[in-house]
Each structure stands twice: as structure tokens, then as C-alpha cells.
Ligand binder design. Structure first.
Ligand SMILES: [Zn+2]
Length: 83
């Protein structure tokens, strides 16, 4: 069975749980019993998505515009991502 990461809505506790294919319900938090949500990626690489990159960039340096949105593919290939 595939394993997924879940995060609690109440206490932000993250845990891994096996779910069968087609299982759409999320488990409850083992810590407090509140509802949880499925995390797409493991917590440690959660902020590397393109959406986060754009938002982050706009906030930090509104003047500079290092990457054109249209060149997103090339940017990935060349490894120009913000470190
Ligand atoms: Zn909890």
C-alpha cells in the first residue's frame, strides 16, 4: 500500500499513514483526534514548488525580475532555482 503524509488541522502534527488506492478519507490526528489533510510532498521540500517561488520572489524583491514566466521550463533545466 502507498504511504502518504498527513498534517493535522488543529496541532499541525505530521505523520505518515498507509492508504489503499481509492481511499479518499483522511485519518484523524493520532495526537488530538482532529481532522487532517493529505500532504502532496514531504514537509521538508514543501516550499520548493513554482507557486511558492513566484510568491516568495514577489514579496522579497519587488524591483528585480530575474525569471520570465514564459521561460519556466528552461529555468528548471538550467538549475537556476533560488537556493
Ligand atoms: Zn492534532
Amino acid at each position: 500500500m502507498p504511504r502518504y503524509d498527513f498534517q493535522c488541522h488543529a496541532c499541525s502534527y505530521t505523520f505518515e499513514e498507509e492508504r489503499s488506492f481509492g481511499e479518499s478519507k483522511t485519518p484523524v490526528c493520532p495526537q488530538c483526534g482532529a481532522t487532517t489533510e493529505k500532504l502532496i510532498a514531504p514537509p521538508n521540500i514543501h516550499f520548493k514548488g513554482d507557486g511558492f517561488y513566484n510568491t516568495d520572489n514577489a514579496k522579497k524583491s519587488p524591483e528585480s525580475k530575474p525569471v520570465e514566466p514564459a521561460h519556466g521550463k528552461e529555468d528548471k533545466k538550467n538549475g537556476h532555482k533560488e537556493r
